[in-house]
Ligand binder design. Structure first.
Ligand code: GLU
Length: 450
C-alpha cells in the first residue's frame, strides 16, 4: 500500500479506536483511491488525507423534550460539518437509537464524496440524534424537533449548512424542524433546510428522488451489459422512502420488486409490488410501524419468512440493499455469490461490510455498484431545492426529473471514466470514490491549506 495512505490509516485507527463505522468507511475509501494518491505526491505535503479525515467542525448538544405524560427526556444531538470545500455543508439528519458519533462521522465522511459526485456546489455533513421516533405521538415528535432545532439553528443557514432528512427524518420532521428555524430566525430563509413539503418551499419529486435515482443508475449499469430493465425482478431490503421510490420507478419501467426485507423478516411476492394499492399500502404500513413488514404478507396473501433475510434467493435478478449500514456481511455475501445473481446495487449508506464488499467485487459474475453513487439523487434534488428557493421559483416535475436523470447518468459515466483513467477497468466502486475524492482534493488544494 502507498506509504502515505498506510501512515494516515494507522494514525486514524489509533486516534478513533472507538469509532468502528467511521474507521470502516475511511479504510474503504482510502484503499480504493490509492492510484490517485500515487499520481499526486503533492497531496502528502498539503496534508490532504489528514484534512479530509478530520471534520471541519463537530457539534454535539443536549436535546431536552417533554413526552405526552409530562416526563422529561434528554437525548444527544449531533451535526458533523465535514467538508465545505465544494459549497455549503449539506446532508441529512438521522433520528435512530443507534446514532452515535461514529455513525455520524461515517455518514458525514461518505456524504462529502457523494455530494462531490453530484457535481453540484455542496459540501458534506451529517447530523441527527439517538431519539427514536418510532411509537412517539405526533406532538412528541414535534416537541423533540423544536427542541433539537433550538440548538441547531445557530449552526446552519442557506450559505452555511443545509440539513435534510435521513432515516427517521421525513417530510413531517423536516417540516417541524424548518418551522422552528423560521420562528427562531424571524425570516423565511428557505434554503436553510431541504426535503421540505412542496407547500413550504420543497421540491417536487424530493421524496421519490433517492429511489428513482437508484433505478436510473441501475438502468445505466444494465445498459452497459446490453440488458433492459423491463421484466427484471429485484430484491430489496428496507421500505423507507428509498425502498418505496425503487418499487415505484421499477414498476413504471416494467420491472418488479418481488422480495422485500424488513427488521422482522422478509416477504416474497412473486407478482411484484407494482400496483398503486400495494405501493400505497407500503406507505401506510411504514407510517404505522416501521419495524414490521409482515402486514404486507397478511394483506396480499404472500409468503412471510420471519427473522431472516432473503440474500441468497435465486429467483431474482438484482439485489438492492436499501435498509441501513452493514446489512450484508461476509456470510450473506457468500450466499449472494452462490445465488448466481448478476447485480449487487448498494443503496443504503454503507450497507456492506468491507470484507463482504471485497468478496463481492472479486466475483467475476457480479457487478457491484456503490451506495455513494447509487443513492446520490436524494441529495441532488435537495441541492435543486436550494436552487429553487434561491430563485424563489418552483420547477415542474418534468424539469426536476430531467435533471435527476442527467445527474445520475453523469455520476455513472464519471465513475466508469475515473476507474478507466487509473487502469482499474470496470470498477464502479473505486471509480466513484476516485471521481468524488478528486473533485474535493482539487478544491481543497485551490483554497490553500487551513
Ligand atoms: N440523507 C440523504 C443522503 O444520505 C439526503 C441528504 C440531503 O438531502 O441533504 O444523501
Amino acid at each position: 500500500m502507498n506509504a502515505y495512505i498506510e501512515r494516515v490509516l494507522a494514525e486514524t485507527k489509533a486516534k478513533n479506536a472507538n469509532e468502528p463505522e467511521f474507521l470502516q468507511t475511511v479504510e474503504e475509501v482510502l484503499t480504493s483511491v490509492e492510484p490517485l494518491i500515487n499520481a499526486h505526491p503533492e497531496y502528502e505535503k498539503a496534508a490532504i488525507l489528514e484534512r479530509m479525515i478530520e471534520p471541519e467542525r463537530t457539534i454535539e448538544f443536549r436535546v431536552t423534550w417533554m413526552d405526552d405524560a409530562g416526563e422529561w427526556h434528554v437525548n444527544r444531538g449531533y451535526r458533523v460539518q465535514y467538508n465545505a470545500a465544494l459549497g455549503p455543508f449539506k446532508g441529512g439528519l438521522r433520528f435512530h437509537p443507534s446514532v452515535n458519533l461514529s455513525i455520524m462521522k461515517f455518514l458525514g465522511f461518505e456524504q462529502v464524496y457523494k455530494d462531490a459526485l453530484t457535481c453540484l456546489p455542496i459540501g458534506g455533513a451529517k447530523g441527527g440524534s439517538d431519539f427514536d421516533p418510532n411509537g412517539k405521538s405526533d406532538a412528541e415528535v414535534m416537541r423533540f424537533c423544536q427542541a433539537f432545532m433550538t440548538e441547531l439553528y445557530r449552526h446552519i443557514g442557506q450559505d452555511i449548512d443545509c440539513p435534510a432528512g435521513d432515516v427517521g427524518v421525513g417530510g413531517r420532521e423536516v417540516g417541524y424542524l424548518y418551522g422552528q428555524y423560521r420562528r427562531l430566525m424571524g425570516n423565511a430563509e428557505m434554503g436553510a433546510m431541504s426535503g421540505k413539503a412542496v407547500s413550504t418551499g420543497g421540491s417536487i419529486l424530493r421524496p421519490e428522488a433517492t429511489g428513482f435515482g437508484a433505478v436510473y443508475y441501475l438502468v445505466e449499469v444494465l445498459k452497459h451489459d446490453g440488458e433492459d430493465i423491463k421484466g427484471k425482478t429485484i430484491g430489496i431490503s428496507g421500505y423507507g422512502n428509498v425502498g418505496w421510490g425503487i418499487m415505484k420507478k421499477a414498476a413504471d419501467l416494467g420491472a418488479k420488486v418481488t422480495y422485500l426485507a424488513g427488521p422482522d423478516g422478509y416477504i416474497h411476492d412473486p407478482e411484484g409490488i407494482t400496483t398503486e394499492e400495494k405501493l400505497n399500502f407500503i406507505l401506510e404500513m411504514r407510517a404505522k410501524d416501521s419495524m414490521h413488514c409482515k402486514p404486507y404478507a397478511d394483506k396480499f396473501g404472500c409468503e412471510f419468512v420471519p427473522g431472516t433475510k432473503f440474500w441468497g434467493a435465486k429467483d431474482v435478478d438484482i439485489y438492492m440493499p436499501a435498509a441501513t449500514q452493514n446489512d450484508v456481511n461476509l456470510e450473506w455475501a457468500k450466499k449472494i455469490a452462490e445465488s448466481g445473481v448478476k447485480y449487487y446495487i448498494e443503496v443504503a449508506n454503507m450497507p456492506t461490510t468491507n470484507d463482504a464488499l471485497e468478496f463481492l467485487k472479486e466475483q467475476k459474475h457480479i457487478t457491484v455498484a456503490p451506495s455513494k453513487a447509487v443513492n446520490a439523487c436524494g441529495v441532488s434534488v435537495s441541492a435543486l431545492e436550494m436552487s429553487q428557493n434561491a430563485e424563489r421559483l418552483y420547477w415542474s416535475a418534468e424539469e426536476v426529473d430531467e435533471k435527476m436523470h442527467s445527474i445520475m447518468t453523469n455520476i455513472y459515466n464519471a465513475s466508469v471514466a475515473a476507474a478507466e483513467r487509473y487502469g482499474l477497468g470496470y470498477d464502479l466502486v473505486a471509480g466513484a470514490n476516485i471521481a468524488g475524492f478528486e473533485k474535493v482534493a482539487e478544491a481543497m488544494m485551490a483554497q490553500g491549506i487551513f
